[in-house]
Ligand binder design. Sequence first.
Ligand SMILES: [Zn+2]
Length: 224
Amino acid sequence: MYTIDSLHKRLEELTQLSIRLRLNQNGSHIISVQHAHESNFIAVSIHRAFLAADEKVIRALAQFVKTPTPTCRRILREFIDAIPHSEMSKHARRPRLCARGRVYDLDKIKRELVEEFFDGQLEVAITWGRNGRPAHNRRRHLQLGCYQHAQRVIRIHPVLDSPDIPEYFVRFVVYHELLHAVFDVRRDENGRRRLHTPEFRALEKRFPHYREALAFERELMKKL
Ligand SMILES: [Zn+2]
């Protein structure tokens, strides 16, 4: 049986990564792994049941945090399926997705972008995120979108669901996150995460309103 501290230590040992670990008891996010943009840690939220997991499951979890493989997914799936129902919350196990905003329909935007840029071949869900102030990260980029590779879900900050935001800018933020879904999480030979590789940046520049979008982001950043 682990404590949160011993499990945290074990995961960092196995992954050789800086991890911020949280326990949850909601059935909707049994495992959530978020690679925060431009920062060095990975935010991992897991169900409390993992405190009682055995070595095989913890190794699979570590593998999942680094780079998901079919084997680790299978081991985790078996473990999760065996969690007694009484320990799960009553919430649905799938995250609730809401793509239709007051102004913008993210599903429609996603479908059009996937058609235009990715030959219609990209399986990823999209939703508006929860309200709250967008975080400014270290490089002072606004965190307006994120891609959660564990669930293959893109979340877009609801501050963009406004008539004050031009559609090309919403499309740009979605396009950026779609590129993360395409590349998923790649690592260099030292095991470091490589989110915005030169290849990524080159593809990002293909967006038709690239320069306007960056300029708009700078303006928006001053207001938020
Ligand atoms: Zn990014």
